[in-house]
Write a protein that binds this ligand. Structure first.
Ligand SMILES: Cc1ncc(COP(=O)(O)O)c(C=O)c1O
Length: 453
């Protein structure tokens, strides 16, 4: 894949793009060859890719029965192969699987459950299979309801892979190819963004929010208007950020004043990841539309859009939606089980506790390793911004690129993020334990010490 194809997707910097698998075993090479024969444009993580055969909780096992701590995967929120999710799915699959044009208790119960976790009047649900479909549907609704076409996203964003949602994914193509209905603003990165610092007042969030003004003006001037502002609440592809206090409030005011809807992409931040059900809850705002995906079914492809009755009814006057697989009884059983486990196992509290522990442990490591510039993010979605020098904040991208492979060799899986590819992404299943955190950070410490010596 060329640099152009990668766009600003620094988070992909640790994939093997040149196809040389120096340390791969004969079995891995065979699988790679067979994959290549039948796959197009696909790539693998790591210089010598891992063949995973089993998962349990926050652990993964490869074909040699080597165990890894999964410090990367956000999808299996309630743990790999969670027995309650598996049981719910298999029991339903053994009875019946159809679509949402027949009455079925599962999907109705799921809608009721999720609506009870959402604030305001967000109690209307539309079910899809993937985050991309959910994003696309959210945009269909926003465009119909507002009568406008423009969409404002973040620079270096990722929201999915269809034509429109691909255009909203500014990390995946060059700014010169951006269509007139898409505008992008800089993410509020207070460590290495256009405005920096930790001013006590909310002037920093005002500065970042004001970046919306020229974007809104351009959309008004070119006749597109603004249908929606869409933002991933944890800024996954921008390095896992926690927006400064007041940022979303100010942005939402500007978007609504221009007649647009505010849309929270909760594919990464939602379903408990940040210690609340939804990431936007930390920012004291209520979006007009919310969509989720990935963790919603713990690995089963089920996703959803949530909005208000008023918006849904206005949209439904002129549009119709059907998705053969979205919200089918098996998918609904999977998502229901995820929410049941979150509640019954008190996982939101667990996330808050473990997050506090993880941040504390990382701060101790920061005192030892000057390469750790800033620790950012929220809940169990943590970014570690690596620098060559703390004063200049020059990104340590080359070192960051090597770390996922080095940590994998010691049994810990992590990822990369950020437009510069210098942010390590620690994002384990929510059932991760203190012992897992200790082990993962001992490996991190060891790998950093070796790099420094
Ligand atoms: C923030 C965000 N939104 C949307 C999507 C798209 O989800 P899917 O891959 O299920 O289409 C992704 C996928 O990586 C994502 O990270």
């Amino acid at each position: 894949m060329s640099d152009k194809a990668l766009g600003g997707f620094g988070g992909l910097a640790h994939v093997n793009l040149d196809g040389e698998y120096a340390a791969a075993t004969a079995r891995q090479l065979d699988l790679i060859e067979r994959r290549k024969r039948h796959f197009a444009g696909s790539f693998l993580f790591y210089q010598d890719p891992v063949e995973l055969v089993r998962g349990e909780g926050a652990h993964l096992y490869d074909s040699d029965y080597r165990r890894y701590i999964d410090f990367y995967n956000n999808v299996p929120v309630v743990g790999h192969a969670n027995p309650r999710v598996v049981r719910a799915m298999t029991e339903q699959a053994a009875k019946l699987n159809t679509h949402t044009r027949y009455l079925h208790e599962n999907v109705i119960r799921l809608a009721e459950t999720v609506a009870s976790t959402l604030p305001g009047k967000l109690d209307v649900c539309l079910f899809t299979c993937t985050g991309t479909e959910a994003a696309e549907l959210a945009m269909r609704i926003a465009r119909v309801v507002t009568g406008q076409r423009g969409i404002i996203v973040m620079e270096n964003s990722y929201h999915g892979n269809s034509k429109l949602v691909g255009e909203m994914s500014t990390a995946t193509y060059a700014p010169s190819d951006r269509p007139p209905h898409i505008e992008a603003v800089a993410a509020p990165n207070t460590y290495r963004g256009v405005f920096r610092g930790d001013r006590e007042d909310e002037s920093l969030s005002q500065d970042y929010a004001d970046l919306m003004d020229p974007a809104l003006e351009r959309l008004q001037a070119n006749g597109e208007g603004v249908a929606a502002f869409v933002c991933d609440s944890i800024f996954d592809s921008q390095g896992a950020l926690d927006a400064p206090p007041g940022y979303f409030k100010r942005v939402y005011e500007k978007v609504r004043a221009a007649g647009g809807l505010c849309v929270a992409d909760e594919v990464q931040a939602g379903v408990g990841r940040t210690g609340t059900y939804w990431g936007f809850e930390h920012h004291d705002v209520v979006p007009d539309i919310v969509f989720t995906g990935k963790p919603f079914g713990n690995g089963h492809p089920v996703a959803a859009v949530f909005t208000t009755r008023e918006i849904a009814d206005r949209w439904a006057q002129s549009d119709i939606y059907f998705n053969t697989f979205g919200g089918n009884p098996v998918s609904a059983a999977a998502a229901q089980a995820v929410f049941d486990v979150l509640r019954e196992d008190n996982l939101l509290e667990h996330v808050k506790e473990l997050s506090h522990y993880l941040f504390q442990r990382l701060e101790t490591l920061q005192q030892k390793h000057s390469v750790i510039g800033r620790i950012q993010g929220r809940g169990l979605f943590v970014g570690v911004d690596l620098v060559k020098d703390r004063d200049s904040r020059e990104p340590a991208s080359e070192l960051a690129r090597r770390l996922p492979d080095l940590m994998k060799q010691q049994g810990v899986l992590i990822g990369l993020s950020g437009p510069l590819g210098n942010v390590l992404k620690f994002r384990p299943p929510l059932v991760v334990t203190r012992e897992d955190v200790d082990r993962a950070l001992a490996v991190f410490d060891d790998v950093l010490s070796r790099q420094a010596s």
